[in-house]
Design a binder for this molecule. Structure first.
Ligand code: ARG
Length: 465
């Protein structure tokens, strides 16, 4: 039974080094439930089409179900002499039912088999990831509700720019993740195809019924071309690019959490349950969870590049290079799920230092644009007002103040006899935020409407699922 994938054309066995090199067993073991599901559907089709001798299907079905139970209970030991999960299932089936096990592979190749397994596996994982992602979006939505009154400096070029509501900032990420969720739905619609029945590459001479197995397995459609069915890895590359985009969003958020939790910013403090210490510096409280999320984005991007490179020179149809798709995809799924398991908790754990952010939202002249806007309202062309206020900032800074509101009256009269100082007092972070008029601005009404829109979307998604 060893080296089952070798027919009698070979004089001897594969060398141990080559066997170890070719084996995918160390990473494709997780496909076993999907492999069994695909085999059960294939078996049902063979039985219905009277391709098998009487009585064989029942035996094989029982054997396959037993193998799945052994796997679930952790009692099935991977056997290295069988090179992959598919050959392990067939080998174990042979031990259970005897030589009739050999009928299972009628009208099927490992090429359409592994493609079927991967489609089943990915579809299930994507559904699960979609649910977890909705949880993350809901967490950001709640955080936004809790920070509707918190003002903070918004940045451009990493420099304080204009005051915003912290809720607005959380919602920006909520919308990125909402797009990720819709992109994952799009992916599912395109990837929901059954390759089973394509055989090695050309179809098979049996009167098999690929549409029957498609329905059994719950796929929305069939591939239109057998060569494409066995050699398509677009759905994996597309999934990896989906994951890369998602991880890029995660990484940006993680980067902000790292910055904001540095004492230099002091905007937030992650809960102790999400902070780590230093082995030498007793005072340290490090944002490791956020740092690792940022770091893990790199490996996911790498997996995308890796599979693109694996596929780029492959002639049709199946080539063993494609076996290299699995570790990239599996590690990506594990990474994405690991992030989704920890990010909502990290966000919920944050202590928010509203006073510090309010102070910073007033410092560094974040109301300078609005001061120029007031001059413009009085008839000064905006560009001229922009220059005038820039000069004022320079004078105030030179005099040693970090904000307009800190300038004493007499100094102000000297720097800006043409600008009433009440304006500067009036331009608080709160009035600036409230003055934004656009539907997607940081004004409270807009932010509240974003929260309502997100809630609507989340409810709709929940109802549809
Ligand atoms: N372990 C293989 C893979 O992951 C299964 C398909 C093997 N097919 C073949 N013709 N060698 O791609």
């Amino acid at each position: 039974m060893s080296q089952m994938a070798r027919s009698n054309r070979f004089a001897g066995g594969l060398s141990p080094e080559a066997a170890a090199f070719c084996s995918s067993l160390s990473f494709d073991w997780r496909l076993l439930p999907d492999d069994i599901e695909g085999s059960l559907a294939h078996l049902a089709m063979l039985e219905k089409a009277h391709i098998l001798p009487e009585g064989v299907a029942v035996k094989l079905r029982q054997g396959l179900i037993q193998i799945r139970e052994e796997w679930s209970a952790g009692n099935l030991v991977p056997r290295p002499e069988w090179e992959d999960v598919h050959m392990n299932v067939e080998g174990r089936l042979h031990e259970i039912v005897g030589p009739d096990a050999g009928y299972l592979h009628t009208g099927r190749s490992r090429n359409d088999q592994v493609a079927t397994d991967m489609h089943l596996y990915l579809k299930r994982q994507a559904l699960y990831i979609g649910g977890e992602l909705a949880g993350l979006i809901a967490t950001l939505q709640h955080l936004a509700e809790e920070t509707l009154d918190v003002v903070m400096p918004g940045h451009t070029h990493m420099q304080p720019a204009q005051p915003i509501l912290m809720a607005h900032h959380w919602l920006a990420y909520a919308w990125m993740f909402q797009r990720d969720a819709t992109r994952l739905d799009d992916w599912t619609r395109r990837a929901d195809l059954s390759p089973l029945g394509a055989g090695a590459l050309a179809g098979t001479p049996y009167s098999s019924d690929p549409d029957f197995t498609r329905r059994q397995l719950g796929f929305a459609g069939l591939y239109q071309n057998s060569l494409d069915a066995v050699s398509d890895r677009d759905y994996l590359i597309e999934f990896l690019s989906w994951a890369s985009l998602f991880m890029m969003h995660v990484s940006r958020l993680a980067e902000e959490l790292v910055l904001w939790s540095s004492p230099a910013f002091g905007y937030v403090t992650p809960g102790d349950g999400y902070s780590t210490g230093s082995s030498i510096m007793p005072q340290k409280k490090n944002p490791d969870v956020a740092e690792l999320m940022r770091g893990k984005s790199g490996r996911v991007f790498g997996h995308l590049m890796s599979l693109l490179a694996v596929m780029k020179g492959l002639p049709l149809a199946y080539n063993s290079d494609m076996q290299e798709d699995k570790e990239s995809v599996f590690d990506t799924i594990d990474t994405v799920l690991a992030v989704l398991s920890v990010l909502p908790g990290l966000l919920r754990s944050l202590e928010i230092h509203a006073d510090r952010m309010r102070d910073q939202a007033e410092a560094q002249f974040v109301n300078a644009t609005d001061l120029a806007d007031l001059l413009t309202e009085q008839g000064t062309p905006f560009r001229e007002a922009h220059h005038r206020v820039g000069q004022l900032v320079k004078d105030v800074l030179n005099a040693g103040y970090d904000r307009f509101s800190a300038v004493p009256e007499d100094a102000w009269r000297e720097f800006a006899p043409d600008i009433p100082q009440e304006w500067a007092y009036h331009l608080t972070p709160e009035t600036l935020v409230a003055a934004r008029r656009q539907p997607f601005s940081t004004a409270r009404a807009s932010v509240e409407s974003q929260i309502a829109q997100l809630a609507l979307w989340l409810n709709q998604r929940e109802a549809d699922s």
